[in-house]
Design a protein around this ligand. Structure first.
Ligand SMILES: O=C(O)CCC(=O)C(=O)O
Ligand SMILES: [Fe+2]
Length: 207
């Protein structure tokens, strides 16, 4: 597997979180999921289920249903506000994002089993399209794919192990990316196996 690519604005920080920090963050994410249960969203239009489960923390959460993708202040099933973003993640953002405002969304993706993946896409539901996205991985290693601004641009895949933090700023913020698959059993962090991915996002340009 080749080394990570390096488009302008992309940072790849393996081992940014040590074992204790990973465990503490996992505990915090489990609390988020207790308040805001994971859901299996469906795609807009055709209503095809994703292969991963999702939930959110923060004032706004990313949701998808037959009507489309959007950010919502409440959990679609419980109708309650999303729980707060864990403090350790706000600290990471303050340290690494280089952005004056705090994140408004922490999207939590849970990849479990051989078929869990996320197709090549761009994150473009945020009005604050210039604010970086900070990506944190816990658990099984991902085979991550990163391309360019156009869907047809060449892509490269590389491994993203537990404890890795990636920053997508500048050019990289608009780059196509996805997760081809995870490597089941590559980490013992999650008691039931799998990979958790956390992305911190600024949604609106105002405060
Ligand atoms: O799981 C990942 O590392 C990528 C997640 C992602 O691209 C997204 O949630 O938009
Ligand atoms: Fe994404």
């Amino acid at each position: 597997m080749p080394s990570p690519p390096s488009p302008d604005g992309f940072r790849y920080l393996p081992d940014r979180l040590d074992a204790a920090a990973q465990q503490a963050l996992l505990d915090a994410v489990q609390q988020v999921a207790a308040a805001a249960p994971f859901q299996r969203y469906v795609t807009p239009g055709r209503g095809r289920p994703f292969s991963i489960d999702m939930t959110n923390a923060g004032p706004l959460g990313w949701v998808s249903d037959r009507r489309g993708y959007r950010y919502s202040p409440v959990h679609p099933a419980t109708g309650r506000p999303w729980p707060p973003i864990p403090a350790a993640l706000l600290d990471l953002w303050a340290e690494l994002a280089g952005w004056p405002q705090p994140p408004q969304c922490c999207l939590v993706n849970l990849y479990r089993g051989g078929g869990a993946r996320l197709g090549l896409h761009r994150d473009e539901d945020e009005e604050a399209a210039d604010a970086p996205i900070l990506n944190v991985s816990l658990g099984d290693t991902a085979v991550f794919r990163l391309g360019g601004r156009q869907r047809g641009d060449p892509t490269r895949s590389f491994l993203v192990p537990s404890g890795t933090v990636m920053v997508f700023a500048g050019e990289a913020r608009a780059a196509f990316h996805g997760v081809d698959r995870i490597l089941p059993g590559s980490s013992a962090l999650l008691p039931e196996g799998g990979r958790l991915n956390l992305t911190l996002r600024r949604v609106t340009p105002g405060d």
